[in-house]
Design a binder for this molecule. Structure first.
Ligand SMILES: NC(=O)c1ccc[n+]([C@@H]2O[C@H](COP(=O)([O-])OP(=O)(O)OC[C@H]3O[C@@H](n4cnc5c(N)ncnc54)[C@H](OP(=O)(O)O)[C@@H]3O)[C@@H](O)[C@H]2O)c1
Length: 262
């Protein structure tokens, strides 16, 4: 076996941030396992990459499909990076939105992250190398109407990552975990959601996927546990959670983002 092999498994690799992770990790010499539901897009991406890349079609809201991805992680002795990136948003107030969609979001954001991270760390920690990036969101620092499950599940991803940081650093292992918390980023996310980007936020607030991924990978190399790309989002996440809850509710009630998505 080639001892220099470094393998990364990326969920939600068929578009947006996941596809960008694939391109930037390929440029760093990683062999890739790309997971999502749309086979055609995954195959097109693998064909364009200068490294060996394998496609795994899986719907991560499905327990059986997640078990297959978990098995793939357990059987990969050179897995060096897991990127839990698959995700999506929904619209409408929590009780008015389709329950199946809310459940699927919890399965993809929470259960897939639990199960795949468990499998990955069980191999990485004994090997003494590797890392996990959990793609959360700036939404993990806030709560907004029509976005209740999204903020809650992304908040969980950040809290979960922070817990792992404590456990891993207490052990003194070099294995690293990171919660990547992007703000509005140009990907397919808002197309899937069916919202007009120009109504969601001013253009200066939007990030490019390439810069988000670059900051995440550089942050991981530097041992940064929480990465918030963009100075404006760093300012927001530093200040907003410090406000009293009543003030946060008052501010979020008035946000155009909240109004337009209801
Ligand atoms: N764009 C933003 O403004 C923004 C901001 C903060 C955080 N994020 C987070 O960034 C992550 C990536 O999203 P993106 O912005 O790159 O959006 P995107 O372009 O829509 O990509 C989402 C990816 O998730 C995959 N996915 C969705 N549901 C899935 C399922 N049930 N099973 C397997 N894969 C699934 C999609 O692939 P298939 O459809 O092929 O399955 C796709 O590859 C998400 O977790 C999102 O919450 C995005």
């Amino acid at each position: 076996m080639d001892s220099k092999r470094r393998v990364a498994l990326i969920t939600g690799a068929s578009s947006g941030l996941g596809a960008e992770f694939a391109r930037q990790l390929a440029a760093r010499g990683f062999e890739l396992i790309l997971v999502a539901r749309r086979r055609e897009l995954l195959e097109k991406l693998t064909a364009s990459l200068p490294v060996r890349a394998r496609v795994m079609v899986a719907d991560l809201s499905d327990r059986v499909a997640r078990a297959e991805v978990r098995r793939c992680i357990e059987e990969e002795p050179d897995l060096e990076l897991l990127v839990n990136n698959a995700g999506f948003g929904t619209r409408r107030r929590f009780w008015e939105a389709d329950l199946a969609g809310q459940q699927a979001m919890h399965e993809v954001h929470v259960m897939a992250t639990v199960e795949l991270t468990h499998a990955a760390l069980a191999g990485m920690v004994p090997r003494g190398r590797g890392g996990v990036i959990n793609v959360a969101s700036v939404a993990s620092f806030a709560r907004s109407a029509s976005n209740v499950s999204y903020c809650a599940t992304k908040g969980w991803m950040k809290d979960f990552t922070e817990g792992l940081v404590v456990e891993l650093s207490a052990m003194g292992t070099p294995v690293r975990v990171q919660a990547l918390c992007p703000g509005f980023t140009y990907t397919e996310f808002h197309d899937v959601l069916g919202v007009d980007r120009t109504k969601v936020a001013a253009s200066w607030l939007w990030l490019q996927a390439a810069e988000v991924v670059r900051e995440s990978l550089e942050g991981l190399a530097g041992g940064k546990a929480i990465v918030v790309p963009g100075w404006h989002y760093r300012l927001f996440t530093a200040l907003f959670p410090r406000l009293p809850f009543g003030v946060r509710v008052w501010l979020q009630k008035r946000s155009p983002h909240t109004r337009d998505r209801l």
